[in-house]
Design a protein around this ligand. Structure first.
Ligand SMILES: *[C@@H]1O[C@H](CO)[C@@H](O)[C@H](O)[C@H]1NC(C)=O
Length: 273
């Protein structure tokens, strides 16, 4: 009897430790997108304000036209409603121009100078997808060295992607048909763009890679999934595991054991295992 009780206790513990417990984050509403990295959390709302979590309050970052914000090894980066890219330098947004030049050429030649989505979670570099679904990568040196002046050299990726995110074991992307792809050949110093593999099983809206390599995504119906079994030798992982949620979701980000999820109605949930 004792053995059975102990066994049940272990089973129970296993079941509990694998479930995520989520709490509503009530201080923020109408959220568009959230990003967590290196212990920091940033988000944007539908009024295009960007916020930084400090204790339990959300402090506003400068500007009223930010549509996507990201935090990671590369610092705090954002994209505004005109798709221009910014890096936070000395507490202010500094526009990041591409090598191809000023505004006029930017429109016709330098699409990478403009992004619709951006990710600083990569190992010291920046990745993103623009409004015509081209994905771009910025190497470590350009990412870290950018101090608010001059321009940077973006590398375009071959696949059309609507969402692109990098971590220590590779870069994950979602194409315009919601198919999921992974490449391991992108490294912080080269932005190489060969060797993509398709990850079957799910149609995703977006995918985010955490600084530790964890991968979470939201499927096209708003259900949250984790890609489990990821290691440095198996960067593609083994299976998609659903993370049950009480609402339909549009965005997810993971950092240091905390899962941040945004519902389609703009409510934020913080989950821990
Ligand atoms: C998303 O995941 C849920 C839960 O597994 C599933 O019922 C739904 O069919 C999925 N949506 C799509 C478009 O595959």
């Amino acid at each position: 009897m004792k053995t059975i009780a102990a066994f049940l206790l272990v089973l129970c513990h296993l079941a509990i430790s694998h479930a995520w417990n989520c709490d509503k984050v009530s201080q923020l509403s109408d959220v568009q997108q959230i990003d967590a990295g290196l212990g920091q959390v940033v988000a944007t709302d539908k009024h295009n304000y960007a916020y930084f979590l400090s204790g339990s309050s959300w402090d506003r970052l400068p500007s009223d036209n930010i549509k996507h914000v990201t935090v990671g090894h590369a610092g705090i980066w954002a994209v505004d409603t005109n798709n221009y890219i910014y890096k936070l330098v000395a507490g202010k947004w500094s526009r990041v121009n591409g090598k191809n030049g000023p505004f006029f050429f930017t429109l016709f030649v330098c699409l990478p100078c403009m992004l619709a989505q951006i990710d600083a979670g990569g190992n010291l570099f920046i990745a993103g997808a623009n409004h015509v679904n081209k994905a771009y990568c910025l190497t470590t040196s350009d990412t870290l060295d950018f101090k608010g002046v001059g321009s940077v050299d973006w590398t375009q990726m071959p696949t059309s992607l609507k969402y692109y995110s990098c971590g220590p074991y590779g870069c994950w992307g979602v194409d315009t048909s919601s198919r999921v792809h992974l490449t391991q050949s992108v490294t912080p110093s080269n932005c190489d763009n060969s060797d993509w593999m398709q990850i079957s099983g799910l149609a995703l809206k977006m995918v985010e890679v955490g600084s530790d390599g964890s991968v979470f995504g939201v499927n096209t119906s708003g259900q949250v999934y984790q890609r489990t079994g990821i290691t440095s030798s198996v960067p593609e992982g083994t299976t998609w595991t659903q993370v049950p949620m009480s609402a339909t979701m549009k965005h997810v980000s993971y950092d240091l054991g905390h899962l941040w999820v945004v519902s389609t109605s703009g409510q934020v949930f913080q989950c821990t295992e």
